[in-house]
Design a protein around this ligand. Sequence first.
Ligand SMILES: *[C@@H]1O[C@H](CO)[C@@H](O)[C@H](O)[C@H]1NC(C)=O
Ligand SMILES: *[C@@H]1O[C@H](CO)[C@@H](O)[C@H](O)[C@H]1NC(C)=O
Ligand SMILES: *[C@@H]1O[C@H](CO)[C@@H](O)[C@H](O)[C@H]1NC(C)=O
Ligand SMILES: *[C@@H]1O[C@H](CO)[C@@H](O)[C@H](O)[C@H]1NC(C)=O
Ligand SMILES: *[C@@H]1O[C@H](CO)[C@@H](O)[C@H](O)[C@H]1NC(C)=O
Ligand SMILES: *[C@@H]1O[C@H](CO)[C@@H](O)[C@H](O)[C@H]1NC(C)=O
Ligand SMILES: *[C@@H]1O[C@H](CO)[C@@H](O)[C@H](O)[C@H]1NC(C)=O
Ligand SMILES: *[C@@H]1O[C@H](CO)[C@@H](O)[C@H](O)[C@H]1NC(C)=O
Length: 475
Amino acid sequence: MKSNKNSSRVLVSMLFLVIISIIPVEARKHHIRKTKSHNKSGNGDTRGSTFTAPAPAPLPDHNGSYPTPSTIFDVLSFGAKGDGVSDDSKALLAAWKAACKSAGATVEIPSESKFLIKPITLQGPCMPHLVLQIDGTILAPAKVGSWPKSSLFQWINFKWVQNFTIQGTGTVDGQGSNWWRTSQIHYIQKKSKHVPKTKPTALRFYSSYDVTVRGIKIVDSPQCHLKFDSCGGVNVSNITISSPEDSPNTDGIHLQNTHDVEIQHSSIGCGDDCVSIQTGCSNVHLHHINCGPGHGISLGGLGKDETVACVSNIVVENISVQNALSGVRIKTWQGGMGSVKNVSFTNVQVSEVKVPIMIDQFYCDKSLCQNKTRAVKISGVKYNQITGTYSERPIHLACSSEIPCTDIDLIDIQLKPSAVAAPSYRRFQKGLCWNSYGRSRAPLVPSSIDYCLKSSSRGSVKRVARSHDTGNVCN
Ligand SMILES: *[C@@H]1O[C@H](CO)[C@@H](O)[C@H](O)[C@H]1NC(C)=O
Ligand SMILES: *[C@@H]1O[C@H](CO)[C@@H](O)[C@H](O)[C@H]1NC(C)=O
Ligand SMILES: *[C@@H]1O[C@H](CO)[C@@H](O)[C@H](O)[C@H]1NC(C)=O
Ligand SMILES: *[C@@H]1O[C@H](CO)[C@@H](O)[C@H](O)[C@H]1NC(C)=O
Ligand SMILES: *[C@@H]1O[C@H](CO)[C@@H](O)[C@H](O)[C@H]1NC(C)=O
Ligand SMILES: *[C@@H]1O[C@H](CO)[C@@H](O)[C@H](O)[C@H]1NC(C)=O
Ligand SMILES: *[C@@H]1O[C@H](CO)[C@@H](O)[C@H](O)[C@H]1NC(C)=O
Ligand SMILES: *[C@@H]1O[C@H](CO)[C@@H](O)[C@H](O)[C@H]1NC(C)=O
């Protein structure tokens, strides 16, 4: 009897389980159908007659454990033309809005099509694990005049997204050449009438967390290519960024007020910093990056207009930099406050880099900036295994006269003038070193690097530094 009762209980609960597991399948199937027939409801789109057949959506696995349902929202099913001429912004926005409501959904930009997208904000919060799959090409408006005057800050703005991934084999093309040209005309002729001062960033993430970007190419942005502003938990890998060496201000990746970042296995060549790390960034790890042409990896410029800057815990390792203005650089404006601390640059291979190792606390965008006593304090910067060739000088450590750089380590630095270095540059071989304290350890090539740092007789450093030190505002 007892065992009979037990087995019937088992039977009942099994039946229950079966029913339970069937219901979600039906519910999900229904949901998928619902999203596929989206064309009628016209979610922001009115051209109902032009929809192409939707791509087949993967159904949930019929195993005992149900994986996260995944649904594909192809922009072509939302009215996109994909001809590179028609404005497909509304279709992308409609696909985004639909996908946003479904956990584990994918917005698909299919391959072999080009989608012209006007400035747009793709906004969360969305259900977790949303993916933007870019296999085709996304094009920005090519004419400067066709950008709305009110949307010059960025092209595609991801706002308030979480657990979100951009991936694929496709290309995001900022079509920036007209912006670069106009800025040159602006510079030469001072004709500011048709030239907006603000130039758009291609992809910007704002206030977003646990974001992954992988695989895609981002090319020819009007200005910065990929920006993370006020974000956390960023993982960028296997991407390519490319714009011409002479395209002005086209940073590769720009980080500000962003923490816990990993950028790896990527290739960045552009007209400005390959990676630029600005105020409010901490726990940033860059590795296996190929940078060049460009201005190298930069922390800063920090402390502009007497502002507070705080940057800490930065690791840059296993990277190569070629044909660049600098290799690894920290630049601050005079008069700033705050600190840069705990930074390491390890295994950096340079080739034809103007100045591979650089700290510039006199950063100035004019020919002359006024001297100020306050400065962003720089401490705990380690350079380890910086090797290769330079075309101007191996090292330039220009620290604030009032607040010296402290705990600077130079270990295994081997830098030789490149074959193309002008003979007149050879006199800079010694490098420029000013008010920088720390230790150096062989091998050091050129050997003069050994004399670059003053040894930290702590008392004197502290005494000099105390009066203007504002580093503690960061804690
Ligand atoms: C779109 O809507 C029309 C009529 O409203 C319908 O006949 C057609 O099957 C729908 N297309 C798709 C792909 O759902
Ligand atoms: C579903 O079950 C099949 C057969 O047992 C297995 O090969 C497959 O990996 C399972 N899928 C998932 C997502 O667990
Ligand atoms: C988002 O991703 C993070 C890191 O992968 C994870 O810890 C967190 O649980 C995820 N959140 C959701 C809602 O899935
Ligand atoms: C890197 O991205 C490319 C496409 O852009 C892809 O073909 C390749 O498989 C990716 N490699 C890795 C290791 O993910
Ligand atoms: C970042 O992504 C790469 C490649 O997908 C992965 O191997 C790595 O573990 C991720 N890092 C973090 C911190 O999630
Ligand atoms: C320095 O930064 C590294 C890498 O982010 C971190 O692991 C370490 O704890 C930091 N050290 C201090 C003293 O904060
Ligand atoms: C960088 O290279 C060193 C030496 O090959 C290796 O030990 C280290 O794990 C690498 N770092 C990363 C993040 O791959
Ligand atoms: C600023 O200080 C530097 C170093 O002491 C000096 O060479 C330079 O002339 C000063 N510049 C101005 C504008 O006073």
